[in-house]
Design a protein around this ligand. Structure first.
Ligand SMILES: Cc1cc2nc3c(=O)[nH]c(=O)nc-3n(C[C@H](O)[C@H](O)[C@H](O)COP(=O)(O)OP(=O)(O)OC[C@H]3O[C@@H](n4cnc5c(N)ncnc54)[C@H](O)[C@@H]3O)c2cc1C
Length: 510
């Protein structure tokens, strides 16, 4: 049986980050990945037969990855800023228009809010609200790669009872009710509390999800990964290999024995490996199962992802330039009322009739993911992330429900287009339209996300209760076993934070 200092179950980006830090510190590390490719939910793939378009198949935007990790590991990985944050089309008094929000606030933002709401009030509330959120982000971001701060430490550092109250003590729904009057504006803000989290605006889980979407690098800006999300995994892979990390693919771990001083894992082909420490990049639910423990409870995944390749961008009824509409996040069916209604419908087992959608075109910011030929022909990628579609809706009739999700998503977009998006879809070499749909069930089957939860399990607040003995947020009941993936405290999203923190937890024991 081969021996290592550290065994890592899973070669997702977090497992690779952990491996790099540990190998850099001189540890002998083995990564065991179940699939034939590493990367987990951070991959780029040629999805459509015969077409050189490399799509970020699962995760697609980056905010939470600290610059410190890129620098410390010397990764050649860049993210691109988008000048437009979001576009939300709407119809008012029979006219098509849209709320266009530029990332850097300017006069056109003021006008866009005025056009929607009839005054300056909502635009000013928006600025005040995000300024206050930014205060919190600037306090919490520098702590993410350090031992967990306590609740009191964060509160005292923030030193603003109003901001603490609006983000931590009361639900996001109540806060939005206080700050905003306009249903559409409120909904656009709320979406960050619902991406990957099946909750009502009035449940605290939305606050937690919201915070993770607003704290990245202290700005909360979501950027486009140059070369696609797979570029990050590629860089981490190269770095890990250069540091001597051993990586075995097609090595699904089927059991763990952590009873003695060494941890022994067995993979499906019967091979066994021994390590002084074990890190799990696999979800906490999977780790519990492998250890023979009770699985922690969690919400299930609640999103559908659609990946598309277009031969041209569709035109909007509002007359907005499609490049402006698609370069940031395009919101459809995401007024506050629509989001709450979709949640209630889905929670009662009904597929939402007005499916809330987030959309974005990667190739407008970074055309390196398309071949020269496709770029010259004007092709573009389009990603749709549909909310409030929990796994339970797909259990009975997975294929039929996926088809329903696709139809609802496309027709929701089409209500704002001059021409249906279907007429803009490219075809692959077999003549099939370039569109694929990933349900929560697909995510569990393909990349082992329990019930399709994109964060492995419910996100947790990025601090600990006063008096808690947890140090890094990666600890388990077993002293030699740590979480190094999204399911750790502060782990969700493409961030490498859990990988870094698990590596630190191991290194400080040696
Ligand atoms: C559709 C989708 C869209 C998303 N969009 C974004 C986004 O735009 N931005 C963002 O920041 N986040 C996004 N996320 C969330 C983000 O991708 C994840 O939180 C993040 O990738 C988690 O990384 P990880 O390395 O911790 O785990 P994972 O990427 O899940 O990797 C875990 C690895 O463990 C392996 N594994 C599991 N079980 C075993 C076993 N028994 N033996 C061996 N190996 C095993 C898996 O195969 C996998 O490779 C999205 C996720 C999804 C699914």
């Amino acid at each position: 049986m081969s021996k290592h200092d550290v065994l890592i179950i899973g070669g997702g980006h977090n497992g690779l980050v952990a491996a790099c830090y540990l190998a850099k510190a001189g540890k002998k590390v083995l990564v065991l990945e179940a699939n034939s490719e590493i990367g987990g939910a951070s991959t780029s793939e040629y999805v459509f037969a015969g077409l050189e378009a490399k799509l970020s198949r699962y995760s697609y935007l980056v905010s939470l990855l600290p610059d410190q990790i890129i620098k410390e590991l010397g990764l050649n990985f860049e993210c691109i800023s988008r000048k437009i944050s979001s576009y939300t089309p709407y119809e008012k008094s029979g006219n098509d228009a849209g709320l266009l929000v530029k990332r850097v606030w300017d006069e056109s933002n003021v006008q866009s809010f005025n056009q929607l709401t009839g005054s300056d009030i909502e635009g000013q509330a928006w600025q005040r609200f995000y300024d206050q959120v930014s205060q919190f982000a600037q306090v919490i971001a520098p702590t993410l790669l350090q031992p967990l701060p306590t609740k009191s430490e964060v509160k005292s550092k923030l030193n603003d009872d109003l901001v603490w109250q609006m983000l931590i003590e009361q639900s996001l729904g109540e806060t939005l009710d206080q700050y905003f009057k306009d249903d559409l504006v409120k909904g656009v803000v709320l979406t960050d509390g619902l991406i990957g989290t099946f909750a009502s605006a009035y449940e605290m889980q939305s606050n937690i999800c919201f915070l993770y979407h607003l704290i990245g690098n202290g700005t909360g800006e979501w950027k486009v990964p140059k070369g696609g999300m797979g570029a990050l995994t590629y860089e981490l892979h190269q770095k890990a290999l250069s540091l001597g990390v051993e990586i075995k693919v097609n090595s699904k771990v089927k059991s763990i024995d952590a009873q003695s001083l060494q941890v022994v894992v067995e993979v499906e082909n019967g091979e066994k490996f021994e390590g002084s420490y074990l890190l799990s990049n696999a979800a906490p639910q999977i780790l519990a199962q492998l250890l023979g423990n009770e699985q922690p409870k969690s919400l299930e995944g609640s999103q559908v992802k659609l990946n598309m390749l277009l031969k041209k961008l569709p035109k909007f009824k509002s007359g907005v330039d499609a490049k402006d509409a698609f370069v940031g996040t395009l919101h459809i069916n995401e007024s506050f009322t629509q989001l709450e209604k979709a949640y209630k419908q889905a929670n009662s087992g009904v597929f939402p009739d007005e499916l809330p959608l987030e959309m974005y075109c990667h190739s407008l910011s970074d055309n390196s993911i398309l071949s020269d030929d496709l770029n010259q022909k004007g092709f573009h990628t389009l990603t749709i992330f549909a909310l409030h579609t929990p796994a339970k809706l797909f259990d009975l009739e997975p294929a039929k429900t996926k088809e329903l999700a696709k139809q609802r998503a496309l027709s929701a977009l089409n209500q704002y287009l001059v021409e249906p998006v279907e007429s803009c879809l490219a075809s692959d070499v077999n003549g099939d339209l370039c569109i694929e749909v990933k349900s929560p069930i697909d995510l569990e089957n393909e990349i082992f996300l329990p019930r399709g939860n994109i964060f492995h399990k419910d996100l947790s607040l990025p601090f600990k209760e006063d008096g808690s003995e947890i140090k890094w947020g990666v600890e388990t009941d077993h002293p030699r076993v740590f979480l190094c993936g999204a399911g750790a405290i502060r782990g969700g999203g493409v961030s490498g934070i859990a990988g870094h923190n698990a590596a630190m937890a191991v290194l400080e024991l040696n």
